[in-house]
Design a binder for this molecule. Structure first.
Ligand code: XMP
Length: 513
């Protein structure tokens, strides 16, 4: 998609780089991340309204410290450096950067020392979030100090004439009280952005783009029932109408009643043209006696492709395939230790495009998950659907440790349904990024009435996360957990013990397999 205004984020390897991009977009300005290895010619071609230099874990004096040509400061494009970005500006333009005796990490107080457009309308003192070893001892020539903190006498600088700014703290982090305001000052008052990044504009532009690309050709979409593929299908439908044919394959590995609910939603609310294929028995047969998680994934992925291909062949003249690929899957993440830029791999049920010789439509290649949700709202998709937790392609097969059988699917579906229903009743569902139950290949002893039982152990998992790359386990009240545990043990035959997973990612993963 062509963007009228764009902010370039240059990645020096900070864990917050994606967060900067999101904050800029939340302020209604489109932004993209690029590794620091991009050329100045590329930047000129993109012609951004502004450039943000990210933080990074290294010192500007390290041998392999990431850098970019100083030409970047002569393009007549406003620049904002954050943390390492500030230090990079200082060192590149003749200032002095030093190791700080006191590593400043976490909360700090920022004080405005001089009026600046960057800190316009901010309180004189505010809480900011720091994470650095080096500090700027003295700014380069023609730069003014506009703010300080206890351990950073040069905490914020500006060169008003050249529109270059630097901050020692992280305005993109939610703990920085007035971070939003600073970012908006940069975007609107320094870069002169107008703020055209809205769901409505995105939808209108996407529809135009897809229409132009596809013309009268036929398009197919594998509709999994997940948020991304559903919102993508609804959007593409607006562009190509009846030329879109969706296919929903029921793998038999969905949550309780999920396939039925999905069918109701697709048919009655979304007006999508969907063909339903019940392939549960094929999947189950092929998973018989398989315990190895990767093997399960392979079998499910291959079977999915096979079933989908055979259905797609029945539709004449198909040229395009819709995929719900998201921006985090396509960003080149900078590896600062090794010099190369590596592209993240993603473990989706897929491989469809390479095998099928179809051209791709990926309307969300530029979007984060929360932006897809906003587009979904704007397109009138019901909220309870949009807010559904992510669900892995291989479904319950990777939540049943050990072999997958019909009986074990049923046990897990029942237990999982109780957990999720209780989360909704307690109004916790939307506060959690992902929650589910896992059936363990472990039997434990219990007593029920006077009898001794020897039954399955079930684990509950609930995490909060921004993008699934890292995650914290959710801190429930003990009473809530006790209630869910009681309900499951009393209602689900085959489970006599419930445990709660208190591991975060890393080092654990979100799924157990
Ligand atoms: P992990 O378990 O790697 O999961 O911490 C991160 C996120 O990815 C989802 N996940 C998958 N999604 N196919 C998918 O489409 C998979 O094979 C798969 N494995 C994990 C997981 O649910 C979480 O949201």
């Amino acid at each position: 998609m062509l963007h009228k205004e764009i902010i370039l984020i240059i990645d020096f390897g900070s864990q917050f780089t994606q967060l900067i991009t999101r904050r800029v977009r939340e302020s209604k300005v489109y932004s993209e991340i690029y590794p620091h290895t991009i050329s100045i010619d590329f930047i000129k071609k993109v012609h951004p309204k502004g450039i943000i230099l990210s933080g990074g874990p290294m010192s500007v004096y390290d041998d392999e410290a990431p850098s970019i040509s100083v030409e970047i400061f002569n393009l007549n494009i406003p620049v904002l450096g954050i943390c390492y970005g500030l230090q990079f500006i200082a060192k590149s333009l003749g200032g002095i950067v030093e190791k700080s005796f006191e590593r400043e990490y976490g909360r700090s107080i920022f004080r405005i020392e001089k009026d600046s457009t960057l800190t316009k309308d901010l309180q004189t003192e505010s809480i900011v979030w720091m994470s650095h070893g080096d500090i700027v001892k003295s700014p380069p020539e023609n730069f003014d100090i506009i703010g300080t903190s206890d351990h950073s006498p040069v905490c914020a600088i500006e060169n008003k004439e050249k529109n270059i700014y630097g901050l020692q703290f992280h305005p993109e982090v939610y703990h920085t009280e007035q971070g939003d305001k600073i970012i908006q000052n940069f975007l609107y008052d320094i870069c002169g952005c107008e703020g055209d990044w809205t769901s409505e504009n995105f939808i209108n532009n996407s529809i135009e783009d897809i229409k132009k690309k596809v013309g009268d050709s036929k398009v197919i979409c594998a509709l999994s029932g997940g948020v991304d593929s559903t919102v993508a299908a609804v959007l593409v439908k607006k562009a190509v109408g009846d030329n879109l044919q969706c296919i929903h394959i029921d793998t038999g590995l969905m949550r309780k009643n999920e396939s039925e609910q999905i069918e109701i939603l697709f048919n009655s609310k979304l007006d999508l043209n969907v063909k339903y294929v019940n392939a549960a028995s094929v999947f189950l047969e092929r998973l018989k006696n398989v315990s190895d998680p990767e093997q399960k994934r392979k079998i499910i992925g291959n079977t999915f492709i096979e079933v989908f291909e055979s259905e797609a062949k029945k539709i004449e003249g198909v040229e395009y395939l819709v995929q719900g690929t998201l921006y985090p899957d396509v960003i080149e993440s900078v590896s600062v230790k090794g010099k190369s830029a590596t592209i993240k791999t993603h473990h989706n049920v897929g491989g469809l495009p390479e095998k099928m010789n179809l051209k791709l439509i990926e309307p969300f290649r530029e979007l984060f998950k929360d932006e897809v949700r906003k587009v979904g709202y704007e397109l009138g998709i019901p909220e309870d659907f949009i807010m559904r937790h992510p669900f892995p392609g291989p479904g319950l097969a990777v939540r049943i440790l050990g072999p997958v059988t019909e009986e074990r699917i049923k046990i897990l579906q029942e237990a999982d349904d109780i957990f999720i229903s209780e989360l909704k009743k307690a109004e916790l569902y939307n506060k959690i990024w992902q929650a589910f139950a896992v059936l363990l290949p472990v039997q434990s002893v219990g007593v029920m009435g006077d009898a001794r039982t020897y039954e399955n152990v079930l684990a509950l998992r609930a995490v909060n996360s921004v993008d699934g790359m890292t995650a914290d386990w959710y801190k429930f009240d003990a009473e809530f957990l006790a209630k869910v545990s009681n309900l499951i043990i009393n209602k689900v035959a085959g489970v006599n013990r419930v445990v709660y997973d208190i591991s975060s990612k890393p080092p654990s993963t979100i799924e157990w397999e």
